[in-house]
Design a protein around this ligand. Structure first.
Ligand code: NAG
Ligand code: NAG
Ligand code: NAG
Ligand code: NAG
Ligand code: ZN
Length: 232
């Protein structure tokens, strides 16, 4: 009696656990499958899209701006710059692709070609805003006054700390971030990197910071002036 019942119980347990584990397995498969579809592929797509490209410096030679970034191309037969694509020519490409805005936050800008690209963008109606370090504005070769006299709004920090960012947001859409100073030395001398990131989330974080600094560095928001403003 007893052993029989025990046997029945045992058989029942075996069958029940087999059925349960089968159910668990199928539920697992179903959810895993869904999870894979939902997160797996999405994650993969994000990874593919976020970092579009990484550019490394130094270049052997300076890319010819006329060749890469002007309509007429380079007309100089004795041109001493290279017409072969390199890292700088990629950067030219990103800057010339701007249609609506260039938000530039770079520690040092002494490279005339890059400054000229900003001026050309400004002339074709792109809203160019530049934030740079106050102590770098007047260094030898600084392009800041040239940018300002071309009508580009440039703002600086007002402190002994560095405005040490080196990033550009193009058309509020993608970000170029890296160690890259806009100097000749960074182009042909230093080891530098520049990552092109196309992610609305990351870009909006950088734009948020840019807007914050843009307001903070507005001359109107500086001490004496805001005091005057209150009196008006
Ligand atoms: C931006 O570039 C700097 C310098 O290469 C690097 O330290 C930082 O991690 C970069 N940030 C992002 C979000 O890639
Ligand atoms: C940026 O460039 C300037 C001028 O070449 C150089 O003195 C400075 O060390 C550089 N800074 C960085 C962080 O690369
Ligand atoms: C960034 O993504 C947008 C939307 O997918 C696309 O139109 C644009 O060409 C991309 N830009 C870069 C530099 O990858
Ligand atoms: C003006 O700025 C200085 C230095 O940043 C600060 O110490 C001072 O409190 C400020 N004054 C006013 C009225 O905001
Ligand atoms: Zn050339």
């Amino acid at each position: 009696m007893l052993p029989k019942s025990n046997f029945a119980k045992g058989a029942l347990i075996v069958v029940a656990s087999a059925v349960t584990s089968e159910i668990v397995y199928w539920v697992y498969l179903l959810f895993w499958d869904k999870a894979w579809k939902k997160y797996g592929t999405k994650k993969q797509t994000q990874c593919d899209n976020v970092v579009t490209e990484v550019i490394f410096f130094p270049d052997d030679k300076i890319a010819c701006k006329a060749h890469f970034a002007s309509e007429d191309g380079c007309e100089n037969k004795m041109c001493r710059f290279t017409h072969e694509a390199n890292s700088l020519s990629r950067l030219y490409g990103y800057l010339t692709s701007a249609k609506t805005s260039l938000d530039v936050s770079v520690f040092v800008i002494t490279c005339t070609d890059l400054a000229d690209l900003l001026i050309e963008a400004h002339k074709r109606g792109v809203l160019v805003r530049v934030i740079t370090d106050d102590e770098q504005v007047d260094i030898t070769g600084s392009q800041i006054w040239k940018l300002r006299s071309a009508g580009i709004n440039v703002r600086t920090d007002q402190s002994s700390y560095n405005m040490h960012h080196k990033f550009v947001v193009v058309d509020k859409m993608f970000l170029l971030n890296g160690s890259f100073n806009w100097t000749r030395q960074a182009i042909t001398g230093n080891q530098e990197n520049l990552m092109i990131i196309n992610s609305s989330k990351i870009v909006s974080l950088y734009l948020g910071e840019f807007e914050k600094l843009w307001q903070n560095f507005d001359p109107k928001n500086r001490n004496g002036t805001s005091f005057q403003k209150r009196n008006f």
